[in-house]
Design a protein around this ligand. Structure first.
Ligand SMILES: [Zn+2]
Length: 200
């Protein structure tokens, strides 16, 4: 129904980009430039994920072995690190992962739990400073049935949200609008993170 409505709208007179954004639900542009990037299709087809019959090591154990720039790491804590999701739902979609290979929230130590939530808090501060999202989704999928892509290694999602970001784009193109290159986003967030005042 919504697709029909959109296609009909496209036949009408073009409007200014501001008016189109407001009316069509693309959302008011944030400061990151957007482009078409179907990153998530590779993810959905299972590439680089330790799925059954797929001879791939745990990516969240592998990521910290590389340097920050190529691994898209924003920040390394003592027990956990922050990395850009390679298959983001939105620009600046971050993952907080323990260094330890452990699956379940009930299996991690209280220090690891604390650090995951401290880093989630800092991630919100950094994203607010850099890209002014209107809100966030935070959470963990526990077990493959819940939608966890890498169920055997715990990770917390921090997803910035803007007005209209979940509307018609994914429905139309089966892709998602994304920002400038991930590497540029990484360096922008990493430098904003370095400027964060130390919290207790
Ligand atoms: Zn792991």
């Amino acid at each position: 129904m919504r697709l029909h409505w959109f296609l009909n709208r496209c036949k009408r007179e073009p409007r200014s980009s501001k008016a189109m954004n407001e009316i069509d639900g693309v959302g008011v542009p944030d400061r990151w430039q957007r482009l078409w990037a179907p990153h998530r299709m590779a993810y959905l087809s299972g590439e680089n994920r330790p799925l059954k019959g797929n001879d791939v090591d745990c990516p969240f154990c592998e990521i910290p072995k590389g340097d920050d720039e190529t691994s898209l790491i924003i920040y390394r804590g003592e027990l956990a690190y922050v990395v850009l999701n390679l298959y983001p739902y939105n620009p600046g979609h971050l993952l907080i992962c323990t260094f330890r290979h452990v699956a379940d929230l009930t299996e991690i130590t209280s220090q690891e739990r604390k650090e995951i939530f401290d880093l989630s808090t800092d991630a919100m501060k950094v994203l607010r400073k850099v890209s002014k999202p209107a809100g966030f989704n935070l959470g963990m999928n526990q077990g493959a049935i819940s939608g966890a892509g890498v169920a055997e290694h715990i990770h917390q999602h921090v997803i910035p949200r803007w007005s209209g970001d979940a509307n018609f784009m994914p429905l139309i193109g089966q892709t998602k609008v994304l920002p400038k290159l991930l590497s540029e986003t990484r360096s922008e967030l990493a430098s904003a993170w370095r400027e964060l005042p130390k919290s207790n």
